[in-house]
Design a protein around this ligand. Structure first.
Ligand code: FES
Ligand code: FE
Length: 446
């Protein structure tokens, strides 16, 4: 690989000290590091693009991004999914410009080159009159040479991921030991999940890593300050506020490989009650749907004890089981992120519950949602500060949980710690630094 070389691999490794938890703030603001991220993190990782429910029928497509690269995600006649670069090979125009639809082919609106839904170039206006046939000379033109770049595609329980890198491990290997924690939201019923919203899109002026890291590792902000006003104002009027206690028990999980992480409170459903209301909490915790979920998940982990779970699959796939918002943090330079989010529910949930999920997400984790605003405001303030020279001169602290007596909870699989920890954040930054500085999958793979 011929890599961008503005930082040496050694310098990049030293930006993060995962043992004691020090983070060089320049990882959030440096343009050259961002260019390196596009090349080494985003062009080599499995990236979340959407849900199978976004493209149920042959020819259904969505247009989205793999980091800054535009792509088309399209259902094939045989039920498989293709993902290819949304860039016409003629002069680089976007092949398809609408957000979603159903197509038999895609025609570029610049000069009319047309591609089939598998990404083969099938029609070129004035091909016979204006292009020399390849068979008749070296200068020749053959449509078969001019299809857009194809990505590898795989799915995990409804979620569609793609990866540009032929050498990268397959998706299941990449997800490492994080899958039981994904299943808490994705595998509660054999009917699987369905999408109940379109793609919601928001721009937040902050680095993508603030968002990804918080969903990976940060219950601290929820249990202390950031969402306090939102939680208190959402409690039913008969609750005695002087009796309300912040949750203090729970765990965090750091994947053994890959930078993935999750955390949750144990047993205390007051927070979920405040965020999602009684109907959703009852559906999640009581009755046949909850019992069925527990019988499916219980072999792996006590899902019925987990509350307000947050999770990130490195780098940019994040979700909140129970609240059921799922999002991709599409990076837009070091200083901006586009949030593309959708809501999933058990496909066989009663209509009333689906409607309640939709309604509650509008109030909580959506452009106008209280909790989305709380989170975004923090990240925007941090990013604004990083314009300063001095603000970028000293490490930030990610030491919580490092060196404290082991609070591993053996009820849950993998490496767990106390819920108020930055163990998963250290795992994420450790993996980030490795992806940024190790050229070969020989040393990177699990
Ligand atoms: Fe697409 Fe010319 S750029 S046909
Ligand atoms: Fe939050």
């Amino acid at each position: 690989i011929k890599w961008v070389k503005k930082w040496s691999n050694e310098e990049i490794k030293n930006l993060v000290d995962q043992e004691i938890g020090l983070i060089d703030p320049r990882i959030y603001s440096d343009q050259d590091l961002y260019e390196i991220e596009l090349e080494r993190v985003f062009a080599r990782s499995w990236l979340l693009l959407g849900h199978e429910g976004h493209i149920p029928k042959a020819g259904d497509y969505i247009t989205t991004y793999m980091a800054e690269d535009p792509v088309i995600v399209v259902r094939q006649k045989d039920g498989s999914i293709k993902v290819f670069l949304n860039q016409c090979r003629h002069r680089g125009m976007r092949i398809e410009r609408s957000d979603f639809g159903n197509a038999k082919s895609f025609t570029c609106t610049y000069h009319g080159w047309a591609y089939d839904t598998a990404g083969n170039l099938v029609n070129v206006p004035f091909e016979k009159e204006a292009f020399c046939d390849k068979k008749e000379g070296d200068c020749g033109f053959d449509k078969a040479d001019w299809g857009p770049l194809q990505a590898r595609v795989d799915t995990y329980k409804g979620l569609i991921f793609a990866n540009w890198d032929e050498e990268a491990p397959d998706l299941l290997t990449y997800l490492s030991d994080a899958t039981p924690y994904m299943d808490v939201m994705l595998d509660r019923t054999e009917a699987g999940t369905e999408v109940i919203s379109g793609m919601q899109k928001t721009v937040i002026p902050c680095n993508w890593k603030f968002a990804a890291e918080q969903f990976c590792s940060d219950m601290y902000h929820a249990g202390t300050m950031s969402h306090l006003a939102g939680v208190l104002s959402s409690l039913p009027p008969d609750v005695d506020l002087s009796q309300v206690k912040l949750p203090s028990t729970g765990n965090q999980f750091r994947a053994k490989w890959g930078g993935h992480g999750t955390g949750w409170f144990n047993d205390d459903f007051a927070l979920l009650q405040a965020i999602m209301g009684p109907k959703v909490v009852d559906y999640w915790t009581k009755g046949p749907a909850a019992e069925r979920a527990q019988s499916r998940l219980g072999q792996k982990l006590p899902a019925d004890r987990m509350v307000a779970q947050h999770m990130t699959i490195f780098p940019t796939c994040s979700f909140l089981p129970g609240i059921n918002t799922v999002r991709t943090w599409h990076p837009r330079g070091p200083h901006e992120v586009e949030v593309w989010s959708f809501i999933v529910v058990d496909a066989d949930a009663p209509e009333e519950i689906k409607e309640e999920y939709r309604r509650k997400n509008i109030f909580t984790f959506n452009q106008g949602g209280t909790y989305e605003q709380d989170d975004g405001e923090n990240w925007v303030e941090v990013q604004r500060g990083l314009r300063g020279h001095k603000a970028r001169s000293q490490p930030l602290c990610a030491q919580m949980g490092a060196g404290v007596p082991n609070k591993n909870n053996p009820e849950f699989p993998g490496k767990t710690s106390y819920v108020y920890s930055e163990e998963a954040a250290r795992g994420m930054y450790h993996h980030w630094a490795r992806m940024m500085s190790e050229p070969s999958w020989e040393t990177l793979r699990p």
